[in-house]
Design a protein around this ligand. Structure first.
Ligand SMILES: [Zn+2]
Length: 374
């Protein structure tokens, strides 16, 4: 560890709470609590290291902190300091300082950067993740409750380059489901309202609009050119169909697809992130449900046409949009580490405050992503 020389002045990072318990038989239990993500790390150390932790809360050279704690820079001290450094418990310099991102951008998103720091334990890694977010282009199909909700949250995370696709206009009733400005935007295309939303939240936004719908013959090359991730929230045509079309395309082009939940009758469902050759693809999901339901006998049900006489809450859509946005953030945090991740679905149930979830594995024989493909 060359960074923490005796002339340096490492300080305890104020995002980590340090609890020093009374020593017992020459051993001091210490608890580090990372405030952003509530991670708890317990260690036992000798009393001099507990004293050093107190000294590290003062702005002073390391050599002073060491001498006040009765320590010298030997192998054991180096190992302890190295541990504090790699766990992100001490910082040598301002952890927000970086050449990767504009200064104003870092200032705007510093709370998120501190959060990333707690999880990634390294300012450099946190900046790299934020840089990927800064550069990414996200294509969003469908700009209703889910699409607009995800878009708003992604903008608040620092995403700023979007391609937005929808074909309908803002309606009065969108006031209960979307963050659009209903007073002034009723009747304008949702793409325009969504663009205004991004411009309200994103840093130097770059937005492209397509007033289009997803059909069998839709040329995806033209629509999703240069995209880093596709978000599908369309409810027309049927979401199962559009997910399969997008998933098959994305497999060929190695683009992840967030197949959002939040559709009618499952307003607070979690949706699934489809990462090519890592998670199950949309065809794997279709096969899973086909297999699960193969012994199911259809029961006659008299309602043939739904007139939209069912209700919902903006909060349920927002919940679903939040989980989708967090899933996307997780992907951008470590896209290369996700060698094999199971998929699954989940749904928050308002009436008993529970989360109903199940896991879906990749289908090895899948025609699209498995050994069955031609
Ligand atoms: Zn598959």
């Amino acid at each position: 560890m060359t960074q923490l020389s005796e002339a340096s002045a490492p300080e305890l990072r104020d995002g980590v709470e340090v609890f020093l318990y009374p020593q017992k038989e020459g051993i001091c239990p210490v608890l580090f609590l990372f405030l952003s993500n509530r991670r708890r790390l317990r260690i036992e150390c000798k009393p001099a290291f507990a004293a050093l932790l107190k000294e590290l809360s003062k702005p002073q050279p390391l050599t002073d902190s060491l001498s006040h704690s009765g320590l010298v820079m030997d192998e054991e001290t180096e190992a302890f300091l190295s541990f504090l450094d790699t766990e992100g418990i001490v910082t040598l310099s301002d952890p927000l300082e970086t050449d990767l991102l504009p200064v104003e951008y870092v200032e705007q998103y510093k709370r998120q950067l501190y959060f990333l720091l707690d999880i990634l334990k390294s300012p450099q890694k946190a900046h790299e993740v934020q840089k990927r977010i800064f550069d990414a282009r996200i294509t969003v199909f469908g700009l209703g409750a889910m699409g607009s909700g995800i878009l708003q949250q992604l903008s608040m995370m620092g995403f700023r380059r979007f391609t937005l696709i929808d074909y309908v206009d803002v309606e009065e009733s969108d006031i209960a489901r979307t963050p659009y400005r209903i007073a002034t935007q009723v009747g304008i295309p949702k793409t325009e309202a969504a663009k205004a939303l991004v411009e309200d939240f994103a840093f130097e936004p770059q937005v492209e609009l397509r007033n289009a719908t997803l059909r069998t013959h839709t040329d995806l090359d033209e629509l999703v050119r240069g995209t880093s991730l596709i978000v599908n929230t369309t409810d027309q045509p049927y979401v199962g169909y559009t997910n399969i079309k997008l998933s098959r395309y994305a497999l060929q082009h190695d683009i992840p697809v967030l197949a959002a939940g939040g559709f009618d009758a499952h307003l607070a469902s979690l949706g699934e992130l489809l990462i090519p050759h890592v998670t199950p693809c949309a065809d794997c999901y279709a096969t899973f449900f086909h297999e699960s339901l193969k012994d199911w006998k259809p029961i006659p049900h008299p309602v043939k046409e739904r007139e939209g006489w069912f209700g919902g809450l903006g909060g349920l859509s927002t919940f679903s949009a939040s989980t989708a946005a967090l899933d996307i953030l997780g992907y951008f945090m470590n896209p290369e580490d996700r060698k094999a991740a199971p998929g699954g679905r989940g749904e928050f149930l308002f009436h008993d405050y529970s989360l109903d979830t199940f896991v879906v594995e990749r289908d090895k024989e899948c025609q699209s992503c498995g050994e069955g493909r031609k």
